[in-house]
Design a protein around this ligand. Structure first.
Ligand code: GSH
Length: 320
């Protein structure tokens, strides 16, 4: 169905449109359904499937939340190869990379095949994560910020009490979480991409200085604290973790975010990062440094045309 179609403008990051001033603007996700009682998509076992890349910070939000909530048996996961090329993200059948899986549902060769199955006229980008419905053969949602909120509550009736009660978006802290998410998304999560994808000095500097101002602000917030909000693990931590764990291995070099490193410049953020990673398996098991490094340095040929993968830093993350 998809082989004859030229979708390279939708999947080749090098053909991604930039703004007139050389800056990068991320497009909105297209599938935004919710899993809920009496809705089109209800909570069921053996109905949903999650497609991710270990390389992708947005997908890793979903992986971490799935583990924290104990959803492993309810929502199986499939991992793509980190070699995102001209046809987008490949499954292991198209690129047998260690740690990548074949698509167990349709034997798709690339993630774009799933998008076309969901909508033959789809015209957007073929991004991960994808939360898939096996019953309707379509995408429920491809926006990670919503997928993690779905995971947080939609399946609670089917979970044991100790997992149902895990709440990464507690009512009492919602306002604070939302307001942190807003500037962390703009200047940190997406800020590193804006710095890295900029093709003008001005666009780069407009991203990189606010990024480090936000890291300075986060450093103050995390001094003497294990979590960003209250005294509890929330989605604000999850959303920040996925960027910070990639920072020294990839963003410092590849995206030119090199005013400071986390390990040498931000002691409180560094301690927070190491505690989450080493003390909580949901974070460690969702982080694959090899997929991360290979993906960025290999796939983003506009930024790194030689595809040479930087070997450092060693270790990828310091011990506690
Ligand atoms: N807003 C989306 C963004 C997801 C996203 O951009 N994923 C990247 C990987 S890090 C991707 O799949 N890009 C493929 C492409 O743009 O062609 C989310 O948070 O779920």
């Amino acid at each position: 169905m998809t082989s004859a179609r030229d979708s390279s403008h939708q999947s080749d990051i090098g053909k991604m449109k930039l703004e007139a001033d050389g800056s990068f603007k991320r497009a909105a996700s297209a599938f935004r359904n919710w899993i809920q009682k009496d809705g089109e998509f209800t909570a069921e076992k053996d109905r949903y499937h999650l497609y991710v890349s270990y390389a992708c910070p947005w997908a890793t939000r979903a992986l971490i939340t799935r583990k924290l909530k104990g959803l492993e048996d309810i929502i199986p996961v499939t991992v793509v190869s980190p070699h995102m090329g001209d046809n987008g993200w490949p499954f292991a059948s198209a690129d047998p990379y260690p740690g990548a899986d074949v698509d167990p549902l349709y034997n798709s060769q690339h993630v774009r095949d799933l998008y076309y199955k969901a909508d033959p006229n789809y015209g957007g980008r073929f991004t991960v994560p994808v939360l898939w419905d096996k019953k309707k053969h379509t995408i429920v949602n491809n926006e990670s910020s919503e997928i993690i909120r779905i995971f947080n509550s939609a399946f609670n009736d089917m979970l044991p009490p100790e997992k149902a009660s895990v709440d990464i978006y507690p009512e009492a802290h919602r306002q604070e979480i939302d307001s942190i998410n807003e500037w962390v998304y703009d200047t940190v999560n997406n800020g590193v991409y804006k710095a890295g994808f900029a093709v003008s000095q001005e666009a780069y500097e407009k991203a990189v200085y606010p990024l480090f101002e936000s890291l300075d602000r986060l450093e103050k917030m995390l001094t003497g604290k294990d979590y960003l909000v209250g005294n509890t693990l929330t989605e604000a931590d999850i959303r920040l973790f996925v960027t910070i764990v990639r920072f020294d291995p990839v963003y410092v070099g590849h995206f030119k975010c090199n005013l400071r490193t986390i390990r040498n410049g931000y002691p409180a953020i560094h301690t927070w990062l190491k505690k989450l990673y080493w003390n909580n398996d949901a974070f460690k098991s969702s982080t694959n440094f090899e997929h991360i490094k290979v993906h960025y340095y290999w796939s983003q040929t506009k930024v790194n045309p030689t595809r040479v993968i930087a070997v450092g830093p060693t270790p990828d993350i310091d011990p506690l």
